[in-house]
Write a protein that binds this ligand. Structure first.
Ligand SMILES: [Zn+2]
Ligand SMILES: [Zn+2]
Length: 343
């Protein structure tokens, strides 16, 4: 089969090439990939600023149809439309696994950087990681189930937004726009920030229900959040851009006793004023990947149309045109870009 492969460590080394077709082992399923999104993580793997173990098929945000079952695979059927969690080789015995945080398992590998992923005709996953796609969702929408699950884990599971909270979301990219919708579903008053080149993305944030948008280059973000909260500041901050300046503003914008949640990856060490955490008794959160609860709740939110996924897909390219698609993704233009493998 054809696949997009990280062939060696270092910057670049990505090739669209022949790769052995995977077959499902015991308890696994083989999935014919219908669509797979380009994630910020894929760009970090391209630039070698995220762990990766070549040779490895990239891609982890996908939807597809079950092609065949390995021995003993339960609860799944050939022909079923599915998405899959991205965890591989979790031990299922450690404290993290047993308490439902298997995204933090020490032995875990991730699809698309440590285990072969879904920028390919086929991929193989454990049957119990698979979730059926609700009938009302297309393959294109369902390909966003993975980033949505991450945002649900960040917003609804870990950081938690309560009705009436004033919420700041910085960075109106795909993760930001999913975070916005999760925070809205939880009852937050949501303010989204971006830069001038984010104008279309900020407009989309408003279309998706955000209450206010601000351009950080021309507007006083911290001042506006204080204005909205009787001088206090944001109850909850989600930093989704991975830009140091946005993180610094977020720490300033959070109220005393508020919460700050880092969703975006910086890919490098950055300088932040952590005294803000001390002086304001901020609660600081990080979220990594996702767990079953995030997938379950995320798919329900999408099926209920309380989170809208299709507006976040800006481009769809055939997989062989991956280079053009990666360039577009790196440029910061567009939103979620999907790659579709050849039949
Ligand atoms: Zn991702
Ligand atoms: Zn474990």
């Amino acid at each position: 089969m054809k696949a997009l492969v990280k062939t060696a460590k270092g910057v670049g080394h990505i090739e669209y090439t022949d790769f052995p077709e995977p077959e499902p082992g015991p308890g696994q399923v083989k999935i014919r990939v219908k669509a797979c999104g380009i994630c910020g993580t894929d760009l970090h793997i391209q630039h070698d600023s995220f762990p990766n173990f070549p040779p490895v098929v990239m891609g982890h945000e996908f939807s597809g149809v079950i092609e065949s079952l390995g021995p003993g695979a339960k609860g799944v059927a050939v022909g079923q439309r599915v998405v899959s969690e991205v965890l591989y080789d979790t031990c299922r015995e450690c404290r993290a696994c047993k308490t439902g945080y298997d995204n933090l398992c020490l032995t875990r590998r991730g699809l698309g950087w440590a285990a072969n992923g879904a920028f390919a005709t086929f991929t193989v996953v454990d049957a119990d990681r698979v979730h059926p796609i609700p009938d009302t969702l297309s393959f294109e929408e369902a390909a966003l189930a993975e980033p949505l699950a991450c945002c649900v884990c960040a917003v609804c599971e870990l950081t938690q937004v309560t009705a009436g909270d004033v919420v700041l979301v910085s960075g109106p990219g795909p993760m930001g726009l999913l975070t916005v919708q999760c925070a809205l579903a939880e009852g937050g008053y949501v303010v989204v920030t971006g830069i001038a080149s984010d104008a279309l993305r900020l407009q989309l944030a408003l279309d998706l229900g955000a209450h206010e948008v601000l351009n950080v280059q021309t507007e006083d973000v911290v001042g506006r959040l204080r204005e909205l909260t009787g001088g206090l500041g944001a109850d909850v901050v989600f930093e989704c851009s991975g830009a140091a300046a946005a993180a610094r503003t977020g720490l300033q914008a959070a109220r005393k006793g508020g919460k700050y949640s880092q969703v975006g990856l910086f890919g490098r060490p950055v300088e932040l004023e952590l005294d803000q955490v001390v002086l304001k008794e901020l609660r600081l959160y990080g979220t990594f990947s996702s767990n079953w609860r995030g997938w379950d709740r995320g798919l329900r939110l999408a099926a209920q149309r309380r989170v809208r996924l299709r507006p976040i897909v800006s481009h769809i390219f055939p997989l062989p045109e991956w280079e053009k698609a990666f360039e577009l993704a790196s440029s910061g233009q567009g939103l979620k870009i999907l790659l579709v493998p050849a039949e």
